[in-house]
Design a protein around this ligand. Sequence first.
Ligand code: SF4
Length: 323
Amino acid sequence: MGRIALHDAEQNTKYSNLALLKLAAYHKIKGDSVESYVPLFADQYDIVYSSKIFTFKKSNKPTGNVKFGGTGYNLWNTLPDEIEHLCPEYTLHPFEYSLGFLTRGCPNNCKWCIVPKKEGDIRSHADIDEFLRHKNVVLMDNNVLASDHGISQIEKLSKLGVKVDFNQGLDARLIDHGIAKRLAALKWLSPIRLACDTDAQMKHILKAVRLLRWHNARPARYFVYCLMKGTVEEIMERVQFLKGLYLEPFIQPFISFDGVDVRTKEQRSFARWVNHTAVFNSVLWEEYKPTKKENKPKYGLLPQEYIEKHCKLSEEPLIPLTE
Ligand code: SF4
């Protein structure tokens, strides 16, 4: 019997590290003991598994007989199938939800995104029965709506009546009447998450939200990931558009794949302002007081400019509200 330690390099307090939970399941089946890594006992472990998801986050590396894994250490390493498809060891997971992927990959090739490079095209990955052990489930799929298997699993989830969070966001471009109806039949664990990474996606967000609201999807709260690559001027229209629709933008400044932090002070400051909902909903950007480290540049968008830009949206043909 071996003594196995798990090291979550990010020490994420919101989500468990899925790969570590699967490795724990694998070793428990073999009869090994599995515990969280404690530096004091580093020499006593037979194996220490250290997993890191993000390239840009700083972390302490463990010592001992360490096996490193995850995109944060190496883009290409993955778990072998015999471990990948085990149910995670939820006894080491302090949350009341199951965790996993129904699909992997994405058919799109957004140049800022690592998913198609690492995982390739969209493909079926697992049935929900493989890892569902709670009444709530957090799904980490990158583009579940691009997969027929993903859509049939959504239908299955609504029949099971479990609460769902598509944690990585749904692709608004793929939400038509049929999909909106299926999504509205789900119970949601959190706000419905969408992504609006470019200005070109605003019209798709508008259509998707109209359809979801038409089909009475609940909750009425929507959380929208927004990639920020440029200046405040360049992203402000998108943010104003989302706020105008009563959606909650969440700014994600671009970070390069190799982990080099290329975020500007302005981007950090803007993300801090938008992502703090209470501040965002009560203080204008022009009035926002950044922390001492931040250097907020002057910004002013004339209301007339805003109105003119948004008039373009109303030129889009109206979406028929019947199938
Ligand atoms: S749609 Fe999303 S997951 Fe797919 S490549 Fe673009 S950003 Fe990545």
